[in-house]
Design a protein around this ligand. Sequence first.
Ligand code: ZN
Length: 308
Amino acid sequence: MTPTAFITHPDCWQHNMGAMHPESPDRLSAIRDQMIASGLDQYVDSVEAPIASRENLLLAHTDEYIDDIHAAVPERGITHLDPDTAMCPQTLKAALRAAGAGVKAVDLVMGGDVRSVFCAVRPPGHHAERMRAMGFCFFNNVAIAALHALEHHRLARVAVIDFDVHHGNGTEDILAGESRAMMLSFFQHPLYPYSGTKPLDDNMRNTPLPAGTRGDAVRALVEEKWLPALEMFQPEMLVISAGFDAHYEDDMASMALVEADYAWITARLREFADQHCKGRIVSMLEGGYALSALGRSVVAHVKALAGI
Ligand SMILES: [Zn+2]
């Protein structure tokens, strides 16, 4: 059995918010290049992301919002939805592939074809709220994946883990109060989007961390808070918002993680998943803007997912 699948799609390269925008197609190229350079591409099962259906999107968004996003696609050039978040003519296709990747990933792990999946897709999703695009995000890929596991596959409980350096306000907006989901996250605070210090509901475990936080503090958090919370909750699948912008080389924020920290966090989550949820992990790319660090960190993460 192939242990780990790697999902992406050429359409995800086509979304372009302008030459100077940090959330650029070069991010996926950096990941692809490092996967090949490390030889890891030989060990994963490559799968193309399908287009998400409207039914998939409706798990996390309203009909009206989905219509608005479709209507906002420009015929040419770039349309801004907020100062950071813009659409080009190919953005919708990329966003539908990104959301579809998570749905496909859940189907693959539930089908037993693979134990874990990494989705190298963009646009990212964790800032997208039920009715608002923001922070480079349009559809909330991770929330859609988690809700697909709950609704379509009838899992009783799913845990969402968000280690992006920014607070996943969109995922919290969508999943707060959903008793079948628990969300565990750390994020630098204060930092965009300046939310998360007061969790919206009891199923949210938010840990704001100061600038300069290093890997040892994050590892302690995982050991002392996250793993005991997961033990209590007993999820049947882990869905990870895998942002790599807490890396010390990443100028988007000021935390100081390194590849070894991402490998360690992932290995601990994989051990938990192996013991408690049949190894089921769906991980989706969020942030990570220092291209070399992003490529290296994703390789460390995927290696740890695959247990190699
Ligand atoms: Zn981020």
